[in-house]
Design a protein around this ligand. Structure first.
Ligand code: HEC
Length: 194
């Protein structure tokens, strides 16, 4: 009996080893060409869902979907936040409210507007790579030193550990997007940023 158990144990051990041996990871591309980087950037922007907040939406029976004519252009500055009371426009202490286009949110921090990150000069058109990396991974407004921290719901903390090649890919892709002119309003703060 003891021998049988040992044999079974040995068999399951060897099958584990065999299983792990049969796994060969795909090689990671180290240096991407510009074209590959742009393609990877488009993929990352899609799966990391930058569109959820940065693209104005059109309403469909299934809910809001990114407007293909205004991709990544941020909160549409020509649309006032009209239905809200004066207080609601500045802060919502108990709930987080999203604009129907998902490009603006109101919460305990105040009211924020998703930035224009298209390739226009009112977006990230004039930004250097260093600026972009600082904004995306360190949460600094315009990616400049000593500017204010980026506010919710921009999930920059989630992006802190992005690899350089991925930040680069997102940047390369955004630089090739259709430029959309749109100057997004400044946030209305309910508290002072740290
Ligand atoms: C859940 C909503 C949300 C998602 C998802 C999101 N963002 Fe943002 N983002 C915002 C908001 C809101 C702001 C403006 C914050 C502020 O004014 O402080 C912002 C700001 C930024 C800024 C700074 C712009 C500036 O002028 O300083 C960059 C760059 C940026 N986002 C890039 C991205 C990228 C790239 C992605 C996807 C990988 C992404 N964001 C995903 C909501 C979001």
């Amino acid at each position: 009996m003891k021998n049988l158990l040992l044999a079974l144990g040995f068999l399951s051990l060897t099958s584990c080893i065999q299983e792990s041996k049969s796994y060969t990871p795909e090689e990671q591309p180290v240096n991407l060409s510009l074209e590959e980087s742009i393609r990877r950037g488009e993929y990352l922007v899609t799966i990391m869902d930058c569109h959820a907040c940065h693209s104005p939406k059109i309403m469909t029976p299934q809910g809001p979907v990114p407007d293909p004519n205004r991709l990544l252009s941020g909160f549409d500055a020509s649309q006032p936040l009209e239905e809200l009371s004066k207080e609601e426009k500045i802060t919502s202490k108990k709930w987080v409210l999203f604009h129907p286009q998902m490009t603006s949110a109101i919460g305990p921090w105040g009211t924020t507007f998703a930035a224009n990150i298209s390739s226009d000069d009112t977006g990230i058109g004039t930004w250097s790579y260093e600026q972009f990396k600082k904004a995306l991974t360190e949460g600094r407004y315009k990616g400049l030193v000593n500017t204010r921290p980026l506010l919710p719901p921009m999930p920059w903390q989630t992006y802190q550990d992005l690899e350089d090649k991925d930040v680069r890919a997102i940047y390369d892709y955004l630089k090739t997007t259709t430029p959309i002119e749109n100057i997004v309003p400044a946030p209305q703060l309910a508290m002072q940023p740290q």
